[in-house]
Design a protein around this ligand. Structure first.
Ligand SMILES: Cc1ncc(COP(=O)(O)O)c(C=O)c1O
Length: 370
């Protein structure tokens, strides 16, 4: 039984290096403190159309954008509800991609999995083989872009090119923890649905999920007999077309923060943001190789979350605690019981820089006596 623990407000302010939520700029936090307005007022249309169109510009996509009050998991579920009549091929290589399989199973779909050991990446050739070998046309293939549990960056561009050869099959990408910090050309690689949560590489307060939807995905839902209500693509996109608003009351303060942060992201630019994240990832991996090892398969390391193998056998939990107490910095242990003390993870996403990541690695060195 969980007992109440009163929230006191008296907590040390920690710099976040966990794989989300991550650091949020002060002016973005301040943007949330506006007097409230109604979600059917003109002001809301101004806000939501700005948010949607700026996101399209930032991502460089002609596909449609939905910004919904939810966490990213909402689109893991609604993409299946909207697009899968019966068969889905889920590629799995860690906890979040396994969650995608679990979600589809819970929704009663016929789920085939293409499974990889945790730490390995999904290979485009295997996806082609699985599509060739299947007797049914899969409605959807899913892939996680950035397996936050293992620090693997899957080659979704090449996988998208493979799936594009199967016109009846749509490609759905979970890009939570990657989008905004790792460039992807959505339209070029025929990605029908790609979604993220804003508390990751978008560096916003949590509470909104973003989904980019192709015309094919929209049409598939329109033609299908059932779909998600709340996460239905058609409902959100038609409402946007007619009114420039969301179908139900959004988390307005977080949308105000989104507007502010997206302006910063546009100013930096998608390619420059990608480059900054690449530099942070390279720095972190070089540091990791000096003292530890890098967990994911070589050549598939994430640009936003480094999963580091605890080769010296440090007491990871103790190091995390000491860094937190002495330096007010928070980083993550390995994921779940599988990777618990065997690995630890550093989130280098959002507004972080090589310098801010260096401050953390210096703190770890100090505390662990490296
Ligand atoms: C790859 C991936 N997918 C999905 C999720 C779930 O996102 P949310 O907590 O926003 O629902 C996460 C969260 O860390 C993630 O890293």
């Amino acid at each position: 039984m969980t007992e109440k623990r009163e929230y006191t407000g008296e907590y040390a302010e920690q710099t976040l290096y966990i794989p989300g939520p991550t650091e949020v700029r002060d002016d973005v936090l301040d943007a949330m403190c506006e007097p409230m307005f109604g979600h059917r007022m003109d002001q809301m249309t101004d806000l939501y159309t700005t948010v949607v169109e700026d996101t399209k510009t930032f991502l460089g996509t002609d596909n449609d954008v939905i910004v919904l009050t939810a966490s990213g998991t909402e689109f893991m579920e609604s993409a299946i509800l909207n697009l899968v009549d019966e068969d889905v091929l889920v590629t799995t290589c860690g906890s979040f991609s396994e969650r995608q399989a679990n979600v589809a199973e819970r929704l009663g779909k016929t789920v085939d999995t293409l499974e990889y050991e945790w730490g390995q990446a999904v290979k485009p050739g295997d996806v082609r083989d699985a599509l060739e070998a299947s007797e049914t046309d899969y409605d959807v293939v899913t892939c996680v872009m950035n397996e936050s549990s293992t620090g693997v960056r899957n080659p979704i561009e090449e996988i998208g090119d493979v799936v594009a050869d199967y016109p009846e099959t749509l490609f759905v990408v979970d890009a939570v923890s990657a989008l905004g910090g790792d460039y992807v050309d959505i339209d070029e690689h025929d990605i029908d649905v790609i979604f993220t949560s804003v508390q990751k590489a978008f560096a916003m307060p949590p509470g909104l999920a973003v989904c980019v939807v192709s015309d094919d995905a929209y049409e598939r839902e329109v033609e299908s007999e059932s779909a998600s209500w709340y996460g239905g693509f058609q409902r959100s996109l038609d409402y946007y077309d007619r009114k420039g608003q969301t179908h139900s009351t959004p988390a307005i303060p977080i949308m105000l923060a989104y507007r502010k942060q997206m302006k910063h992201m546009l100013e930096e630019g998608h390619q420059a943001r990608d480059q900054r994240h690449r530099e942070m990832a390279e720095y972190t991996r070089d540091w990791a190789r000096e003292h530890f090892d890098v967990f994911p398969e070589a050549g598939y390391e994430s640009q936003t979350v480094s999963c580091i193998e605890n080769t010296p056998g440090l007491d990871v939990a103790a190091v995390i605690e000491d860094v937190s107490e002495e330096y007010d910095m928070a980083f993550s242990n390995g994921y779940g019981s599988t990777l618990g003390g065997r690995t630890f993870r550093i989130g280098h996403m959002g507004e972080h820089t090589v310098e801010s990541i260096e401050a953390l690695t210096d703190a770890i060195e100090d505390v662990a006596g490296l």
